[in-house]
Design a protein around this ligand. Structure first.
Ligand code: SAM
Length: 285
């Protein structure tokens, strides 16, 4: 029994329920309950907070979230083999854990949780970025969630938190940093997981800003940024030439340098350019 919650250690849970890890589901489990509690704490206070967790698996992080005081955890798990193990956790925390079996890309979780909401997960790597992009692009801002605390491959964490002028700086960086404060709060070596993945991992904590850091139309910003980074080695005036007939003038009007490359343009710079293109006559949209 675990000292923390009276439930069996995770190795026993995995053995009892035959949860051999499946690569196709991105299953790299965290078995150290001290570590999962630490990840839960990295999300900030959980008192009175409702949590969305994607991919609870055998429930290591889920147990961390509950012991750290989450009011309610909604956990979406695709692997039906994990459900009996999760039901055992739910029995120890009456009315605090709800498990939905399904694909997090398809389940509509909105109706199940009321704010304040934090999203906390050790994400399956194969769908992690897609889920993040979805959470970062809700129909209206601010989103229903107040923070995202997510485990990614180290390389993805670096893309989210990158600074201009670095190789990691790109489309995902601008999308994340336009409306969130993002930082890496924990780094984990492969051996922290069972089975160990081939690469290192990191936990990124993102808090939603009440308003975007700079004004811009989300769709226009996304188009400008996508075009700029699709040809990241080209100068802005070349990479963006189909966006507007007088793109070079507009780049200058936005305070940018037409011969610069996308990775040197700050988030504020991209927003200024999106505004100038949206405001000017004859843009391509
Ligand atoms: N949270 C557990 C932990 O930290 O030990 C497991 C994390 S493991 C990296 C990813 C989990 O996501 C697995 O349990 C896997 O079955 C689940 N999963 C994979 N794809 C999913 C999807 N599309 N929707 C929901 N869960 C998914």
């Amino acid at each position: 029994m675990s000292r923390i919650d009276g439930l069996p250690p995770l190795r026993e849970v995995i053995a009892a329920h035959g949860l051999s890890a499946r690569k196709s589901l991105g299953q790299n489990f965290l078995l150290d309950l001290n570590l999962t509690a630490k990840i839960a704490r990295a999300a900030g206070t959980l008192d009175g907070v409702n949590v969305l967790e994607v991919g609870p698996g055998p429930g290591g992080l889920t147990r961390g979230l509950l012991t750290e005081g989450a009011r309610h955890v909604l956990a979406i798990e695709k692997d039906h083999r994990c459900l009996p193990a999760l039901a055992e956790i739910a029995a120890v925390y009456p009315n605090r854990l709800e498990v939905l079996e399904g694909d997090a890309l398809k389940v509509d979780w909105d109706a199940h949780l009321t704010p304040p909401i934090r999203i906390i997960a050790n994400l399956p790597y194969n769908v992690g970025t897609r889920l993040l992009v979805r959470w970062l692009t809700p129909r209206a801002w601010p989103p229903r969630w107040q923070s995202l605390t997510l485990m990614f491959q180290r390389e993805t964490a670096e893309r989210i938190t990158a600074r201009p002028g670095t190789r990691a700086y790109g489309r995902l960086t601008v999308l994340a940093q336009w409306r969130c404060k993002a930082r890496v709060v924990m780094s984990l070596p492969p051996k922290a997981f069972t089975p160990p993945p081939t690469v290192s991992s990191a936990v990124v904590h993102m808090t939603a800003m009440p308003e975007p850091a700079f004004p811009a139309d989300p769709e226009m910003l996304e188009r400008v940024v996508a075009k700029a980074f699709n040809q990241r080695r080209k100068m802005l005036r070349t990479a963006l030439k189909n966006l507007a007939p007088d793109i070079e003038d507009r780049i200058i009007a936005a305070g940018l340098v037409p011969t610069d490359r996308a990775e040197h343009v700050t988030v504020g710079g991209f927003c200024a350019l999106a505004r100038v293109i949206a405001d000017g006559p004859g843009n391509a949209f």
